[in-house]
Every structure is written in structure tokens, then in C-alpha cells.
Design a protein around this ligand. Structure first.
Ligand code: HEC
Length: 121
């Protein structure tokens, strides 16, 4: 899934001048959560934002810059359906971005008692 990020970052760097002048709106993670659920992101990226091999990559704690995040929404790299500004505005995208950044991501195996009880080091 890293390849998606690399492609998006490269794409955002190439058109960097257009983005550089535009400050990312401040996101509201609480509102972002509502949209993550109501706009269907969770259906492919998982309710916890951890993604799944066949449906969509992890978004929790994304390292994508905001510009690349929005670019993926408007012009998806591959299988993801596009979300135009009329559907997910710049502000809503910033809210969703703030939300997925705030998600904890996958727990370490050491923190999952069931796995530890099975003898995994
Ligand atoms: C129908 C499934 C589907 C839905 C719904 C969906 N995505 Fe995706 N998403 C994908 C897939 C598959 C990819 C991998 C790249 C591609 O196919 O365009 C992806 C990639 C991404 C990426 C790039 C992640 C990375 O690290 O490269 C972001 C950001 C993203 N999606 C955000 C969203 C947001 C926000 C929503 C909701 C507004 C959403 N997606 C809805 C399937 C989906």
C-alpha cells in the first residue's frame, strides 16, 4: 500500500506551486468522524481506518500531506471512486483528514493479550 502514498506525494510535489500558496483549512476531527462514516470511507478503509488488503489502504495516522489527501479524493490513483468538491468540500476533507490523523492505528501484537497467550514474542 506504500506505493499509493509515494505516487500521491510525487503528484503533489509536481504540482506543488499551485498548492503551496493555499493553506490547508483547520480540520475538526469530530465532524470528520461523522463524514468518514456517512460518506462511506469506512466501507473500504475500515471503521478504525486501518484498511484492508483488498478494499483500501490504512488511513489511520496517514503521513500523506493534506494536498495529496485531497488529490486522492478528487482524482483517485486507481480503484477508489472520486469525491468531487460538491460531495466532499475542502473543509470536510480537512475534517476527515484531522479525524484519520487522530486515529490510533493498529495495536502492537504485544498489547493484544490473546496473541501473547499464544506464545507470540
Ligand atoms: C469503494 C472503496 C473506497 C471508498 C468508498 C473510499 N476509498 Fe479511499 N481508497 C480506496 C482504494 C482502493 C485506495 C487505493 C488507491 C486507489 O485505488 O485509488 C484508496 C486510497 C485512499 C487514500 C490514499 C491512501 C494512501 O496512503 O495512499 C486516501 C487518502 C483515501 N483513499 C481517502 C478516502 C476517503 C477520505 C474516503 C471517503 C470520503 C474514501 N477514501 C473512500 C478505496 C475506497
Amino acid at each position: 500500500m506504500k506505493i499509493f502514498s509515494i505516487t500521491l506525494i510525487a503528484a503533489s510535489l509536481m504540482s506543488g506551486t499551485a498548492f503551496a500558496q493555499q493553506a490547508a483549512p483547520t480540520g475538526n476531527a469530530e465532524n470528520g468522524k461523522k463524514h468518514f462514516l456517512s460518506d462511506g470511507c469506512w466501507q473500504c478503509h475500515g471503521r478504525s481506518g486501518n484498511g484492508a488488503a483488498l478494499s483500501g489502504p490504512r488511513l489511520a495516522q496517514t503521513e500523506l500531506p493534506f494536498e495529496a489527501f485531497v488529490m486522492q479524493l478528487r482524482q483517485p490513483a486507481n480503484e477508489m471512486p472520486p469525491y468531487e468538491a460538491a460531495v466532499v468540500s475542502e473543509q470536510t476533507a480537512a475534517d476527515i483528514y484531522a479525524y484519520v490523523k487522530s486515529l490510533p492505528g493498529s495495536p502492537n501484537a504485544k498489547d493484544i493479550p490473546l496473541i501473547m497467550n499464544m506464545g507470540v514474542k
